[in-house]
Design a protein around this ligand. Structure first.
Ligand SMILES: NC(=O)c1ccc[n+]([C@@H]2O[C@H](COP(=O)([O-])OP(=O)(O)OC[C@H]3O[C@@H](n4cnc5c(N)ncnc54)[C@H](O)[C@@H]3O)[C@@H](O)[C@H]2O)c1
Length: 248
């Protein structure tokens, strides 16, 4: 059974990690995917991993650039003949101790993670079909659970979570679902060891309980795909925390 036959999906962050795994999973289940990312090379790798152009249409754009977002949503609607599902995965990460928090870093985190997500929602929602339209926004378990040196990142993801819950309430009358998905630790370039500057005390991270270890991107993609599917038709305005039991 192809859950996404004839379903048109606009997906950001498709050039790496969770976004790539989600693009591949959706395409494998029959979706036509309009795949947005800042990285053309990343998108080319995603298309190659899907076996070449076919179900995945790459589009380079910066989600933090308002004009680029307006253009990307219009291009997606034209290329796909409409948009049924919007999945916001694109995001960036920064770690810093609080005494070194830089305004520019914090602004970039918010602009990419929170404003980028909000802009795609603003532009795509008028096009989404009543009753079957779905928005899935990737937040983070950091939105609601403390992690040292992640204050600004966590705040930007808290913004994604709060935004998504209020949006769910706002569009419920149209029958459109909005689902925030909050991964824990996932093996992608974003979460690599280079994220933590070497002078920081990282012993905390070694002590975090992670009964199921670090996730593979495909494990998060499976949950995103579920949230976007008709199997989740009664799911909206509720965070799906996918952290392998790290915060039981
Ligand atoms: N990896 C984790 O442990 C983890 C945990 C919780 C949440 N997340 C979230 O999952 C999402 C995906 O992260 P990932 O781990 O797959 O990281 P990743 O770095 O592998 O992928 C992120 C993708 O987003 C793209 N991107 C970044 N800024 C962009 C911009 N301004 N415009 C367009 N594209 C942009 C990148 O080019 C990249 O392809 C992010 O929102 C991240 O915050 C990740």
């Amino acid at each position: 059974m192809n859950r996404f036959d004839r379903v048109k999906v606009l997906l950001t962050g498709a050039g790496s990690g969770i976004g790539r795994a989600t693009a591949l999973r959706l395409a494998a289940e029959g979706a036509a995917v309009f795949a947005v990312d800042l990285s053309g090379d990343g998108l080319a790798e995603t298309v190659a991993a899907a076996g070449g152009p076919g179900r995945i249409t790459p589009h380079v754009a910066d989600v933090a650039d308002e004009d680029a977002v307006v253009g990307a949503v219009a291009a997606a609607a034209e290329a796909l003949g409409g948009i049924d599902v919007l999945v916001n995965v694109a995001g960036i990460h920064r770690t810093t101790p609080i005494h070194r928090l830089a305004v520019a870093d914090m602004q970039r985190l918010f602009t990419v993670n929170a404003v980028g997500t909000a802009l795609f929602c603003r532009e795509a929602l008028p096009l989404l079909p009543d009753r079957t339209g779905v928005v899935v926004n990737v937040a983070s378990s950091a939105a609601a659970h403390g992690n040292p040196y992640m204050t600004a990142y966590a705040a930007s993801k808290g913004a994604v979570l709060g935004f998504s819950l209020s949006l769910a309430a706002e569009v419920a009358h149209r029958g459109i679902r909005v689902v925030p998905v909050s991964p824990g630790s996932v093996a992608t370039p974003l979460a690599g060891p280079q994220v933590l500057p070497p002078e920081l005390d990282v012993s905390y991270y070694g002590r975090i309980r992670a009964p199921f270890g670090t996730a593979e991107p495909e494990q998060i993609a499976g949950v995103i795909t579920f949230a976007a599917s008709r199997d989740a038709a009664y799911l909206t305005g509720a965070e799906l925390r996918v952290d392998g039991g790290s915060h039981i």
